[in-house]
Design a protein around this ligand. Sequence first.
Ligand SMILES: Nc1nc2c(c(=O)[nH]1)N[C@H]1C(S)=C(S)[C@@H](COP(=O)(O)O)O[C@H]1N2
Ligand SMILES: [Mo]
Length: 327
Amino acid sequence: MHLIPDRGFQHPHPSEITPRDLALNRRQWLAAAGATALALPAAGTAGAQVARPGKLAALPGARSAVPGASTIEKLTAHGDATSYNNFYEFGTDKSDPARNAHTLKTRPWTVAIEGEVRKPGSFDIDTLLKMAPMEERIYRLRCVEGWSMVIPWVGWSLAELIKRVEPTGNARFVQFVTLADRAQMPGLRSSVLDWPYVEGLRMDEAMHPLTMLAFGMYGEVMPNQNGAPVRLVVPWKYGFKSGKSLVKIRFVEKQPKTSWEVSAPEEYGFYSNVNPKVDHPRWSQATERRIGDGGGLFAKRLATQMFNGYEPQVGQLYAGMDLKKFY
Ligand SMILES: Nc1nc2c(c(=O)[nH]1)N[C@H]1C(S)=C(S)[C@@H](COP(=O)(O)O)O[C@H]1N2
Ligand SMILES: [Mo]
């Protein structure tokens, strides 16, 4: 497989790329520069592209062969990706999760599988970790608030787990339930959201190979503030669809409610696909600020791409749908 270029997305100018970024993404840059695919080792067999920061236990992943799974954009600095977070269970300020999430206990940890499946049950996190080969995928994550990051996640396609639990013909949606434990999560004292934080996907969205169960990032196990020990990452949807610290995955017939929909239905719909043409009622979604690009409030904003730039991979899932109505 050769790297599929992200046509249309604003790549950083080469002068903005540091030597370290070049070293980390060397093979991707070679591919982007037009080097023949033959000159490159087969994807999937190659090692990770990203050096680990050395803060947590290593969790390496081989470069993914899923089409579109890696962008060649400059990575967000590890320090930014782990200190500027949304994880309301640990507080609503961006700096709260990094400060507070040390109280999260990630072992023992189980993920329950319920509902319309032939093989319901409970998976221990250490069993899940070994269920499929770990892959590294460099995804953009765009928050509905108008900022974005580029993060090297480690994990595998959620479809791997779904296939193993054998959904029945009644399984049309998947609900994701995250941990809600007052003893570990000081943010639960606030009623900003209905706890537990719940999210959902249509079955075909959940089965799409880009939809990822992530166990780590930057070559290491997931930092608590980013959703340890396991979270979802759905790169073509606003960040809030990517639930952190998952404890339950439920297969259901009817479209499930999501926490953000319950809290503000006019602002957050079930689909929540990144769409520059559908404004949030209180602000435009046409542009985004890349975290860490420098310049603070005066940083140049990038044009937000349809489906966060993953339209070639996921556009057909929404063919014929009115995306203003199903926002
Ligand atoms: N359980 C839970 N998951 C969550 C959230 C949250 O508050 N609680 N915030 C979401 C939002 S709004 C975003 S933008 C992403 C942020 O992920 P990151 O901090 O790893 O960048 O996590 C999402 N997952
Ligand atoms: Mo977000």
